[in-house]
Design a protein around this ligand. Structure first.
Ligand code: C2E
Ligand code: MG
Ligand code: MG
Ligand code: MG
Length: 282
């Protein structure tokens, strides 16, 4: 009994941010300030067209440059932002930053490629989202077709009607919509067809073990042909090896994204990649 007391007293003096709950508490408390004071930063990961290996776009992935904890990854704070509702403000910051980035690249005369923004279900339930996006586009003089939105199947779980309406209005603006992490959720491609989706993004868990005649290989090839038959494009995420790349290209996959080509990189490095234009396999 006394030993246990002693231990908990010791824990009391351990004021570092080592424990999961302390870290979580710190992140949650500080997040509003982080958004307001620009501690967030976007990294960009190229999407490559598999017919000519040209960069056709980038996915914007948010990171938090935390003054004490260093670079914090989204899995550690996006769920907190979703629980507290701060995701709306955070999402606005991401959308504005992407428009600003597009404007800067266009001013430099770089090729115009799409920037993809990840959106949480809560953002997509908000009626004002399309008009917010529209005014950001106008403000930065950026055409809608260079902005893409990535949604996940979890949007099907809540407020389906409101979400479909928001997506249709975004589509009407000219924004591309892709379905992220496809296959990791619960729904079939035909069910997902109730959403205005232009691009299917196959979840990285299915890419890991693809090879001829493996279970995942067959599954991925089927998703690709089904998506094509439904008039959608397909991108594979999490491509790490040449073998995976060759399999995907042979199976008719349109685009790929993953460490094989490039990790998500800061804006300056993304600009250099874009300047080169091609990420040919070696
Ligand atoms: P996601 O949208 O599915 O993004 C793909 C994740 O896989 C990213 O992790 C990316 O860095 C990682 N990845 C890319 N290529 C490879 C690869 O070849 N191998 C492996 N193992 N991983 C790869 P990240 O950046 O940590 O982001 C995690 C998740 O956080 C994202 O998953 C997305 O759901 C969410 N997220 C990121 N940025 C935002 C944002 O601005 N808003 C919202 N709402 N969510 C975001
Ligand atoms: Mg994504
Ligand atoms: Mg994904
Ligand atoms: Mg994911």
């Amino acid at each position: 009994e006394s030993k246990r007391k002693g231990r908990s007293t010791y824990t009391y003096y351990d004021t570092g941010l080592n424990s999961t709950s302390e870290r979580r508490f710190n992140l949650e408390q500080r997040l509003p300030k982080a958004i307001a004071e620009d501690e967030l930063v976007l990294h960009f990961q190229p999407k490559v067209n598999l017919s000519d290996f040209r960069i056709v776009g980038f996915e914007a992935l948010v990171r938090w440059q935390h003054p004490e904890l260093g670079l914090v990854y989204p899995d550690d704070f996006i769920p907190l932002a979703e629980e507290t509702g701060l995701i709306v403000e955070l999402g606005e910051w991401v959308a504005r930053s992407c428009c600003r980035q597009q404007a800067a690249w266009q001013a430099e005369g770089l090729d115009c490629v799409a920037l993809a923004i990840n959106m949480s279900p809560l953002q997509l339930q908000r009626e004002e989202l399309p008009s917010r996006i529209e005014s950001l586009l106008t403000e930065h003089d950026v055409p809608a077709d260079v902005i893409e939105i990535e949604i996940t199947e979890t949007v099907l779980l809540k407020s389906l009607e409101a979400t479909v309406m928001v997506l249709r209005r975004l589509e009407a603006l000219g924004v591309q919509i892709s379905l992220d992490d496809f296959g990791s959720g619960f729904s079939s491609l035909s069910y997902v067809r109730t959403l205005p989706i232009h691009i299917i993004k196959i979840d990285k868990q299915f890419i890991r073990d693809i090879r001829n005649s493996t279970h995942d290989g067959v599954l991925v090839a089927s998703i690709i042909s089904l998506a094509h038959n439904l008039g959608m494009q397909v991108i594979a995420e999490g491509v790490e090896t040449l073998e995976q790349l060759i399999y995907l290209k042979t199976a008719g996959c349109d685009q790929a994204q993953g460490y094989y080509f490039s990790r998500p990189v800061p804006a300056a490095s993304a600009r250099d990649l874009l300047r080169n234009g091609v990420l040919a396999p070696s």
